[in-house]
Write a protein that binds this ligand. Structure first.
Ligand code: GLN
Length: 201
């Protein structure tokens, strides 16, 4: 089966690795360019996007990851990982860069202080029934970029003050969610990603 790396510079690496294993993929941590070369796809975990950007630069991983993404390597980012895959970021830290690839503008920590973290049901295109959305200082997709073709909106918030906000997207071989399926024991989003990786081989 496919080998899927989990970018292991920072964030909830183990949880993603467990979810990938649960859907039949071989999951390996990726910290070095040589490890990146050996994977068919990459998960960018939740954590802190500014720390991930700095560590990716310090570990000489920033350009190699950009290059693999540009070559079409499938990737899935949750939360901070979504930020790393977004072309544009609002409320970014000074100088903060992303790998990019998805033609969206995300807003960091978008849900605000009062609802810093919240949980709720999410319907997700292509998955039957509902997912349990776990949001932790999560971004939302403020906008799909105007000239973007091929960005599919897969999920929106369906209740509360953030109703209607986009929280899952796909563009080609790139998938991103504001929330953390890896923390819920429901592996269906990882299943969707593993299928994308299998299809790309
Ligand atoms: N707020 C974090 C960031 O900006 C993301 C939080 C998360 O990944 N749980 O990177």
């Amino acid at each position: 089966d496919v080998t899927i790396g989990v970018l292991a510079l920072q964030g909830d690496v183990r949880e993603h690795a467990a979810s990938l294993a649960a859907v039949g993929a071989r999951a390996v941590p990726v910290r070095r360019a040589a490890e990146l070369d050996a994977v068919d796809g990459l998960v960018i975990p939740g954590g802190e996007s500014t720390a991930m950007w700095k560590l990716a630069t310090a570990f000489d991983m920033f350009e190699p990851i950009r290059k693999r993404l540009a070559e079409g390597m499938p990737a899935y980012g949750s939360c901070a990982g979504m930020i790393m895959l977004a072309d544009h970021v609002l409320d970014a830290a000074e100088g903060q860069q992303t790998f990019g690839g998805i033609a969206i503008t995300v807003r960091r920590n978008a849900f605000g202080r009062q609802v810093d973290s919240f949980e709720g049901p999410i319907s997700f295109a292509g998955i039957d029934g509902e997912l349990h959305g776990v949001f932790i200082r999560a971004p939302w997709v403020e906008a799909v970029d105007e000239d973007a073709s091929g960005v599919e909106v897969l999920a929106r918030v369906s209740g509360g003050p953030a109703t209607g906000r986009i929280v899952a997207v796909r563009q080609g071989s790139l998938l991103a969610t504001s929330f953390h399926p890896e923390l819920t024991g429901d592996h269906r989003v990882h299943g969707v990603f593993a299928q994308m990786v299998r299809a790309s081989r």
